[in-house]
Every structure is written in structure tokens, then in C-alpha cells.
Design a protein around this ligand. Structure first.
Ligand SMILES: *Cc1c(COP(=O)(O)O)cnc(C)c1O
Length: 341
């Protein structure tokens, strides 16, 4: 049971030190033993490929204390599979799925006292990451890699309640290239988005709604999250080769189908924003973050989605169902949770 004096409900999405993290290094063609350490730093060669040429990929997932007191990690295997795709994309060594899962379970178990209590709204965030560590100056893939997982407790995303925010469209920034690294979870994609995100925040928006980087006609991603909308009762979400396949989006699509809602994953033209009744950004951090208004800053157009500034009924129901599965409040019919014994 949780044995800390942490103010769980007021934790931010920040870094709180925990007891241990786990690491494993691929050297001379083999993955070595799993190491557990209380050190919060890593010792890297000054010429490591991750530092110069961006060989860094990561994941983000959460563990929850359920209603029954058990700890559940949400969609562990899906995250394991996705980091393998990211590794292939950057020509890095893929972490075997079993190794990924074992290390995640082990680091959660070892930091059990940091899993927030049921009812606090908080969770334990897992951050797996892999870096190229070989010393190289010429541009090429690393031969050796370190894979690590640390955890940190994070507070509820919606501290002032489940409320919609405004986002904006700005055509002078792209997060990724049309056939670039957008479909993989790469640190460099984030580096490329920080200036645009900062500008949006300074203008009072919670995120940038990026358009497809090739034609600027279709919706792409909403900051570091996927985008979905409800149009004539259907769940619509952009399909594009520059979008990171969000596991939350995938889960919400399944829940929508379970509710008898049609799901369309396709190009969504900007003008379709005139015809939607609900919209949200989705990802592990928030599950779904409802959108009130979308301001197109380049042509002074405002798409008003939540007229009463309340989240829509479909978004609310999807959000509640997904949360209830994570917390063990309703049956996990799709087998999405891994119980940490
Ligand atoms: C991590 C991430 C998401 C959300 O993915 P989840 O698996 O739902 O957490 C969406 N877009 C980008 C660019 C991301 O990096």
C-alpha cells in the first residue's frame, strides 16, 4: 500500500524521485542482465549517437491502483510493440517484447509505494526509453544500446474538472515531415514541436492542431496527442503516415465500436471542422482532453465546437469507460490490463 506523504491529488505532470529504475544494455550483439539501480543519472560516452544524431526513442504508459487494490498497467504489450516499430524506424536495436514487459513490471513492483491510491485520480507514469550509446562521429547507426525504464507518480490531468480548452492552427510550423519520423515515438519529433507549442501557449491555447505537412489540407495531430471528433454521430480521426499511432486513440476507437458508434480513420479536411459536434485530443496523459474552440490563426476563422463550454456526451462517455477499465471498475473485456502481482 502507498506509504508516502505525497499529496497525490495535487501532483503535477512532473518528476518525483522514486526508489529505483531499471536498465539493460545491448552490447556485442546481446542484451545483458536487467540492472536495478537507485541512481537517477546515466553515464554516457561524449560521442554517443543519441547525443549527436538523435538516436532516442521512448514510450509513455501508466499503472493504476484499482478499486480492488490491485495494480494494473494499461496496454503494456501495445507499448512494447510500438517501441519495436520506433527502433526499426531509426535503425536501432529493437527491445524484445518480453524484456520490455518484464522490466516495466519489475520497476512498478519495486516502486509499489509510489502507486497512488485508488480514488486519488493520480497514477504511476512509466517512461521507457532507448538510446544509442556507441561512440561515433560519422553519421551511422549505433551498435550498442541502453534501454531504461523509470517511473514517477503523476497527479490527475484534470485538476479543475473535465473541461474543454481552445487550440489553434498555425501553418508556419510542421512537427514532422510527410515521410519522416512522425509515425514513431522519437524525441526529435518533440524537439521540432517545442517552439510552436510555446508560441501557442503564450497566445493562450493549450495546443497546436497541426495540418498534414505535405498539402496543409487535412488534420494531423494535436500537439503531442492524436485528434478525434464526432461528426453525425460517427467517431472520426485522421489517418496519415506522419501520425504517431496513439494507443489511447486505438482504445477509444474500440470502445466507440462497442457502443455501436461508426469509426472512420481517414483524411479529415480542415473545412470539416464546420460539421463536427465534439472534438478532443487523446493520449496517455489525459485520455481525452475535450476541445471547445479551434482558432485558425492564418485566416482568422473560429470553429466553435463546445458552444456551452462543456465536454460533449460521446467524449464524456468514452473517457469514463476507459478510466473505469484502467481502475478495474468495469470488466476488462478486451484484456487491456496487466496485473502486477
Ligand atoms: C505518445 C504520443 C501520442 C499519444 O499516444 P498514446 O499511446 O495514446 O499515449 C500521440 N501523439 C504523439 C506525437 C505522441 O508522441
Amino acid at each position: 500500500m502507498a506509504s508516502n506523504n505525497l499529496d497525490w491529488a495535487n501532483l503535477s505532470f512532473g518528476y518525483v524521485p522514486t526508489d529505483v529504475n531499471v536498465r539493460c544494455t545491448f552490447r556485442d550483439g546481446v542484451w545483458g542482465p536487467i540492472e536495478e539501480t537507485s541512481s537517477e543519472t546515466i553515464n554516457l560516452h561524449i560521442a554517443a549517437t543519441c547525443l549527436h544524431y538523435g538516436q532516442e526513442i521512448f514510450e509513455g504508459l501508466k499503472a493504476f491502483r484499482g478499486k480492488d487494490g490491485k495494480i494494473r498497467i494499461f496496454r503494456l504489450e501495445e507499448n512494447a510493440r510500438r517501441i519495436i516499430e520506433s527502433a526499426k524506424g531509426l535503425l536501432m536495436e529493437p527491445v524484445p517484447e518480453e524484456l520490455f514487459c518484464e522490466m516495466c513490471k519489475r520497476v512498478v513492483k519495486a516502486n509499489e509505494r509510489f502507486v497512488p491510491p485508488y480514488g486519488s485520480g493520480a497514477s504511476l507514469y512509466l517512461r521507457p526509453l532507448e538510446v544509442g550509446i556507441s561512440a561515433k562521429v560519422g553519421v551511422s547507426s549505433s551498435s550498442d544500446y541502453t534501454f531504461m525504464v523509470f517511473v514517477t507518480p503523476v497527479g490527475p490531468y484534470f485538476k479543475e474538472g473535465f473541461k474543454p480548452t481552445n487550440i489553434c492552427i498555425m501553418r508556419e510550423y510542421d512537427r514532422v515531415a510527410p515521410k519522416g519520423t512522425g509515425r514513431w515515438k522519437v524525441g526529435g519529433n518533440y524537439a521540432a514541436s517545442i517552439a510552436a507549442g510555446d508560441r501557442a501557449h503564450k497566445l493562450g491555447y493549450s495546443a497546436v492542431l497541426y495540418l498534414d505537412p505535405k498539402e496543409k489540407k487535412y488534420l494531423d495531430e494535436c500537439g503531442p496527442a492524436n485528434f478525434f471528433a464526432i461528426k453525425n454521430g460517427a467517431y472520426i480521426t485522421p489517418a496519415s503516415e506522419s501520425i504517431l499511432p496513439s494507443i489511447t486513440n486505438k482504445s477509444l476507437m474500440q470502445l466507440a465500436r462497442d457502443m455501436g458508434i461508426t469509426v472512420e480513420q481517414r483524411h479529415i479536411a480542415v473545412e470539416e471542422l464546420n460539421e463536427i459536434s465534439e472534438a478532443a485530443a487523446c493520449g496517455t496523459a489525459a485520455v481525452a482532453s475535450p476541445i471547445a474552440e479551434i482558432h485558425d490563426l492564418d485566416n482568422d476563422t473560429k470553429y466553435i465546437i463546445a458552444k456551452d463550454h462543456q465536454p460533449g456526451p460521446v467524449t464524456t462517455e468514452l473517457y469514463n469507460r476507459l478510466r473505469a477499465i484502467q481502475l478495474g471498475e468495469i470488466e476488462d473485456v478486451h484484456g487491456w490490463n496487466t496485473i502486477v502481482e
